[in-house]
Design a protein around this ligand. Structure first.
Ligand SMILES: C[S@@+](CC[C@H](N)C(=O)[O-])C[C@H]1O[C@@H](n2cnc3c(N)ncnc32)[C@H](O)[C@@H]1O
Length: 229
């Protein structure tokens, strides 16, 4: 089975408990980091945005707050179960946001279609993160922003952090009634995130300029953004 198929199946399994476990493992900071990502997208009313690897849609809904009225946001994920939960949230929120099931490394959108694109927690699942970044750049117009948020191993205690994540994630997920193996997959992908300078180099090679990054909580999450040249 391909890495993408394993990931899709894991997230379909995790979906009912994703929000709860993600909130616990980020000590409630996840939404603050997503709000910073939405702000970094630098959108205004009437514009359009893509939230790739949208999961249960929280960042997409934050983007929708920034483009309403008349703007539009599309959230994309390859897990139908994650997207089903995002759609329930969107219906309850009445925000201008729709969700689609698709592979974020090959999306059904035209070149330059959006004013900005975000990706939170998804690139780390890819065998080739550069391919994922190139696809985000392709669908954003020149002058638009690409924003990438990832849980990252902190500079200090890198090895300890990895061990804690690998131990705590399946434990917490399992204790809450989830499938431990699926949550173990979620923890394992954190180690695959490129270091901040490497991510910046990938973004530059993909055609982004003015690349900046900001670290949260001593480096446990990193927010990168750049402008499509
Ligand atoms: C860790 S979750 C992050 C969800 C959400 N963005 C957040 O901030 O909580 C990663 C998501 O990426 C999705 N994903 C991973 N690889 C993908 C791919 N190639 N195409 C589409 N979605 C993918 C998974 O299904 C999962 O929902």
């Amino acid at each position: 089975m391909s890495t993408a198929a394993i990931d899709r199946r894991a997230f379909d399994t995790i979906a009912p408990r994703y929000d709860l476990v993600s909130g616990l493992l980020t000590l409630g900071m996840g939404d603050r980091w997503r709000r910073a990502a939405a702000e970094a997208a630098d959108l205004s009313a009437g514009q359009s945005a893509l939230d790739a690897y949208t999961g249960t849609g929280d960042l997409a809904l934050m983007l929708a707050d920034r483009v309403t009225p008349l703007g539009r946001v599309v959230g994309v994920d390859h897990s139908p179960e994650m997207i089903a939960r995002a759609r329930v949230k969107a219906a309850a929120s009445h925000r201008p946001c729709r969700f689609e099931v698709a592979d974020c490394t090959s999306m059904p959108f035209a070149d330059d279609e959006f004013d900005a694109a975000t990706a939170s927690g998804g690139l780390r699942s890819l065998d080739d993160p550069a391919r994922g970044v190139a696809e985000l750049v392709r669908v954003v117009r020149p002058g638009g922003r690409v924003v990438i948020l990832e849980i990252t191993p902190p500079d200090r205690l890198r090895g300890v952090h990895g061990r804690v994540m690998r131990f705590a994630t399946p434990l917490v997920g399992g204790a809450l009634g989830g499938d431990r193996d699926a949550f173990r997959h979620l923890a394992d992908t954190v180690e695959g995130v490129p270091a901040p300078a490497d991510m910046a180099a990938i973004m530059s090679a993909a055609g982004l300029s003015d690349i900046r990054w900001r670290r949260f909580g001593g480096g446990v999450a990193t927010l990168h953004h750049g402008v499509v040249a």
